[in-house]
Design a protein. Structure first.
Length: 492
């Protein structure tokens, strides 16, 4: 999709789209139209009533500047969220594709209704992401992707907003594309190759620590989880060094289990195919790092991705094993399906020790308990720093990637104490499963501000996932837009 701006609503276009508030008698930003066209528009306004997500198309005579006008309902103004325009724009883009159009135009709502810069990002993100379809392995591809023109009345700062929004949306799509790959097409080595590709293109430093070196350097968690598979484990490190040399970086860590059988503690067969999505945390970090470099943010950011395949076999780690993590602490293994916290603990400790960061943020499809607690539309967060949590919450509201903070006090830390090691890799029964997993991770952090995202419920579309036009079936790219918003606010 190519995106550009135009100052006139009388631009030649296949489809001119305008937004309508519920029970409104006007189209936002649409004025000075022919009387005959106005009559048709007014009738459609009465029929559709501006209901949220409702679309109405008005065909026009051939000699007009547009072949059709599309009215898109935004619902009641007082019920708008930051996601309303994004979701409805996605529906418009999908309708343009359905009509097999080469291009379409959307009128930017006037600034008295909504901030134009926010509108730009929401329209572009919704339109681009709604047209994404994972058809890599289908004989019949979804070919046409209509181009978008945004009709604006004021162009100040618009061009920068468009470029930024395109990069953010493309990076979320990049994340989805990798996360959707099946396990036979995406191993830890494949992820490392993706990292090398984006680092080469965007001039970032990339290093990959492989099996023998991982063992030699004391990455006991990554080594143990990855030893049961013929596909060797990797620790992938990307560095964007565009800030002052003395500036502490933000470290992002993403769990990337390219396929999770559960290991010796084998998962049930039902829905095990979805465990290709157990790499979503790492894919999120890849997408963020891609965008950070393309946006040339004047800050320092490090992406760390521990990647393994968790398989049963003669060399697999076992329940009852005691392993030594990178931090020097020991962990008793009670369940080999609680593997994500082991590889994350190594990566978190390494990130803190190696880079002395300003903050550490991690993403992981970590616990099924998170889905029980919060469902499939809200991610859980656990943090040790109120200021960092506040900033992340602000970005969550702007990007509509919803989060909810869970507590982490000493009682939860006590629940993972082991009789034979420093800690055990599961808590007590089914109680507080999401929090005890986070407690395990907290043991890997010393004093650095840290926030943990459990994205098990939101990383891909599941049975109870709320339908959004820009989240087609499969991986959602959750967290990419949120963290990019946070990082851009750091820049400013």
């Amino acid at each position: 999709m190519k995106i550009k701006t135009e100052s006139s609503i009388k631009k030649k276009t296949d489809l001119l789209c305008g937004f309508v508030l519920e029970n409104s008698n006007k189209v936002l930003g649409l004025s000075k139209i022919d009387r005959k066209i106005a009559l048709s528009v007014n009738q459609s306004l009465k029929d559709m009533e501006g209901k949220l997500g409702k679309l109405s198309i008005i065909p026009l005579p051939e000699d007009k500047y547009t072949k059709r006008i599309l009215l898109a309902g935004l619902g009641k103004r007082e019920e708008w969220t930051e996601d309303t325009l994004r979701n409805v724009s996605g529906k418009i883009a999908q309708k343009a594709r359905e009509l097999k159009l080469k291009e379409f135009s959307i009128i930017l709502p006037p600034s008295f209704e909504i901030d134009p810069i926010s509108s730009i990002s929401q329209i572009i993100e919704g339109s681009k992401m709604a047209l994404y379809k994972f058809d890599k392995f289908k004989a019949e591809k979804t070919e046409n992707e209509p181009n978008l023109t945004i009709i604006v009345s004021e162009s100040n700062k618009i061009s920068k907003a468009i470029r930024t929004s395109e990069i953010v949306a493309d990076s979320a799509i990049f994340t989805k594309s990798i996360a959707n790959l099946p396990p036979n097409e995406c191993t830890p080595t494949t992820l490392a190759n993706f990292a090398k590709m984006i680092s080469k293109k965007n001039k970032m430093k990339c290093s990959v620590i492989s099996k023998l070196e991982l063992k030699k350097k004391g990455f006991g968690g990554i080594s143990a989880v990855g030893q049961g598979s013929k596909n060797e484990p990797k620790l992938i490190v990307l560095e964007h060094n565009n800030g002052p040399t003395n500036q502490k970086p933000i470290v992002l860590v993403g769990k990337a289990v390219t396929f999770d059988t559960g290991g010796i503690s084998l998962k049930p067969g039902d829905k095990m195919d979805e465990m290709k999505f157990d790499k979503c945390g790492g894919c999120t970090v890849l997408g963020i790092m891609k965008a950070v470099s393309e946006l040339r943010l004047p800050i320092n950011v490090v992406g760390i991705i521990p990647s393994v395949e968790n398989m049963p076999g003669g060399e697999s780690y076992r329940p009852g094993d005691i392993i030594k993590l990178y931090s020097g602490k020991t962990a008793e293994i009670l369940n080999t399906d609680a593997e994500g916290r082991l590889i994350l603990a190594d990566a978190l400790s390494y990130g803190e020790k190696q880079f002395s960061p300003k903050a550490i943020i991690d993403f992981a499809t970590l616990t099924g308990a998170c889905i029980i607690a919060l469902g499939t539309n809200v991610a859980a967060i656990v943090s040790n720093d109120e200021k960092l949590t506040r900033k992340i919450n602000d970005s969550s509201k702007r990007t509509s990637e919803e989060i909810w903070e869970l507590p982490l006090n000493q009682d939860y830390m006590d629940m993972i104490k082991s009789d034979v090691a420093d800690m055990k890799n599961v808590g007590i029964g089914r109680a507080a499963g999401t929090i005890t997993a986070a407690a395990f991770l907290k043991n890997a952090i010393n004093n650095t501000p840290w926030i943990h995202f459990d994205i098990a419920g939101v990383a891909w579309t599941q049975t109870a996932t709320k339908e959004k036009s820009y989240n087609p079936k499969g991986a959602t790219g959750f967290g990419v837009r949120l963290i990019l918003d946070y990082l851009q606010k750091l820049e400013s």
